[in-house]
Write a new protein. Sequence first.
Length: 442
Amino acid sequence: MVTPIEQRFIDLHPGSAERHEKARDLFPDGVTHDARRQKPFQLYYTHAEGAAKWDVDGNKILDYFPGHGALMLGHSHPDIVKAVQDQMAKGTHFAGSTEMEIRWGELVRELIPSAEKVRFHSSGTEADMMAIRMARAYTGKNKIIKFEDHFHGWNDYLVAGSEGLGGIPKATLDTMVLLPINDISVVEKALQNDDDIAGIILEPTGAHMGAIPILPSFLQELRDVTERYGVVLIFDEVVTGFRTSKGGAQELYGITPDVTTLAKILGGGLPGGAVCGKADIINMIETTDDPEWNSTRRISHNGTFNANPLSAAAGIKMLELVSTTPVNDTANARAAQLKDGLNDLLSKMEIPGCCNGVASLLFLSMGLDHECDKEICIISPEDRKKATDPARNQQLNLAMQNHGVQASTRFILTAAHTEEDINYTIDAFEKGLTEVREQGLI
Ligand SMILES: Cc1ncc(COP(=O)(O)O)c(C=O)c1O
């Protein structure tokens, strides 16, 4: 049965429905990224500017998933457009080194506290894959600890514990140790009982961009325990890098990992990734005069589009603007406005829950009465299950798109969101939540 919200969605988006039919025949699920699956169909976009994008039916959508988190300045920032256009005319690939890669690397080192040395990649998945390999090569050990629900891209090792594991050798998954967060005694026990652990990787604000938050005190405990056991601590700052603060979560919380992975904002809206950190560890890629080292210890690393000129041009401009202008402050201020507005709305509508989050990443949790500081909202896994209702969230997601907002329970803010955008969004949520309530889901 089609719900009233779904019917309105279908009526408003005939052009997207038509394209989805074609795409279903061409792509698995009709999409090119698992996160873009949406029932009854996903929207097709034509162009974007600032905080908004437009679909093929001419609907304007305020974007709270801007470039999957890559677009800290919003869509099509004029300085980035110009930098990329200028570079396009000069050449997109020299199969060689450029001065731009040096500038890009220097900016990473200036901004990210742990970055002594840098290596560019083309995506966060690749950067994370390299980071765990560096941990293994550096320590001579085999296993990696990751935390439940933490996302590190789609490489064979780091998807351990999630769904969709087809085709991965059991031996690969057996090298991953999956642990719960926020309990250092569990981590310490794992390290005590297994001397084959090379590294620990985590999203430093918590799983799914911070939706299941980590206590900053746990980060410090991890730093201490990894130092004691000689294990490489890896912060996956693919999302939080340049966002949670200019220097990422590590700068915000004053905890320096051994290795950091970056992507998203790093590339200024174009593909890009990097691994940076302690020189000794990043230098596992470096060749030496020792043939034995070069053959069996060093990590070889190629990649056609590593530090390619277009991504470098966009990334340099993005990082320069992050470094020299109040990009983060603006995004954080809009996030604070949205958080207050949504918490007031929940109270007004007598919906138990909260809007929480740090810096410019917010999360909406509904269905559970609880106390929290609206920043780091810690609830038990059982309570989290109670507060997660996929049917409700799916209807809310469609209802919000009907009202011109792409967001339901996660919000990624940019410096391009305006105060008016936030006011519009809060009003749209009141309408969306009312419609979901009318369907009996709240
Ligand atoms: C924390 C985190 N790590 C890694 C990745 C993978 O990055 P990419 O999609 O660039 O491969 C993502 C992607 O969303 C991410 O959120």
